[in-house]
Design a protein around this ligand. Structure first.
Ligand code: RB5
Length: 174
C-alpha cells in the first residue's frame, strides 16, 4: 500500500519508526517529515499528508504529533480526508469500519510504541463496513455552502431541517 507519513517535532521519532516498520513489510512510504526535534508547525505536516491522500498520491496517511490532536485537526481541513485521532484499538477499528478513516493520527507523548504498532496494524487491516455507514461518510463532504446555510438556519431556529424524523432515528440500529 502507498502510505503518506508526516509528523512534527513531537512525533517524528514514532513516524520514523512507523516508516521503517512499514517499509520492511513492503509498503511504499511518502515521508513528508519532519526529521528532527527542531520545533515546526504541525499544521503544515497534517496538510501535506492530507493532500497526498485526498489527491490519490497515497491510499492512506498516518500523522503523529505530541497529542495526535493538532495534526488531526489540520489533516481534517483537507476536503476528502477523514482523519481519526486514536489511542486505543477499538476506536481504530471503528474509525475504519464506520467512518472509513483514511488518515490515522497518533500521539507520541501519550501512546507507547507497542500500542502505536497495534493501532497502525488495525488501521491498515480493518475494512470499511459500507452499508448504512456509506451515506453518512458521504455526508461528511457535503458541508458546502448549501449545507452551511441549512445548518445556520437550524442553529437559529433550534430545529434541524432535512433530517431524519425522531422515529426514523430511533429505528436506526446505531
Ligand atoms: C507541540 O508541542 C505540540 O503542541 C504538538 O505536537 C501537538 O500536540 C499539537 O496538537
Amino acid at each position: 500500500m502507498k502510505i503518506a507519513l508526516g509528523a512534527d517535532h513531537a512525533g517524528f521519532e514514532d513516524k520514523d519508526r512507523i516508516a521503517r516498520m512499514l517499509r520492511a513489510e513492503g509498503h511504499e512510504i511518502l515521508d513528508f517529515g519532519t526529521h528532527d526535534a527542531t520545533p515546526v508547525d504541525y499544521p503544515q505536516y497534517g496538510y501535506a499528508v492530507g493532500e497526498a491522500v485526498a489527491s490519490g498520491q497515497a491510499e492512506r496517511g498516518i500523522v503523529v504529533c505530541g497529542s495526535s490532536l493538532g495534526i488531526a485537526m489540520a489533516a481534517n481541513k483537507v476536503s476528502g480526508v477523514r482523519c481519526a485521532p486514536v489511542m486505543e484499538p477499538y476506536s481504530a477499528e471503528l474509525a475504519r469500519r464506520h467512518n472509513d478513516a483514511n488518515v490515522l493520527a497518533l500521539s507520541q507523548r501519550l501512546t507507547g510504541w507497542e500500542m502505536t504498532k497495534r493501532l497502525v496494524r488495525v488501521f491498515l487491516e480493518t475494512p470499511f463496513d459500507g452499508g448504512r455507514h456509506a451515506h453518512r461518510v458521504a455526508q461528511l463532504f457535503e458541508f458546502d455552502d448549501a449545507q452551511r446555510s441549512r445548518t445556520l438556519r437550524a442553529i437559529e431556529t433550534g430545529a434541524v431541517s432535512d433530517a431524519l424524523t425522531p422515529k426514523e432515528l430511533l429505528g436506526a440500529s446505531d
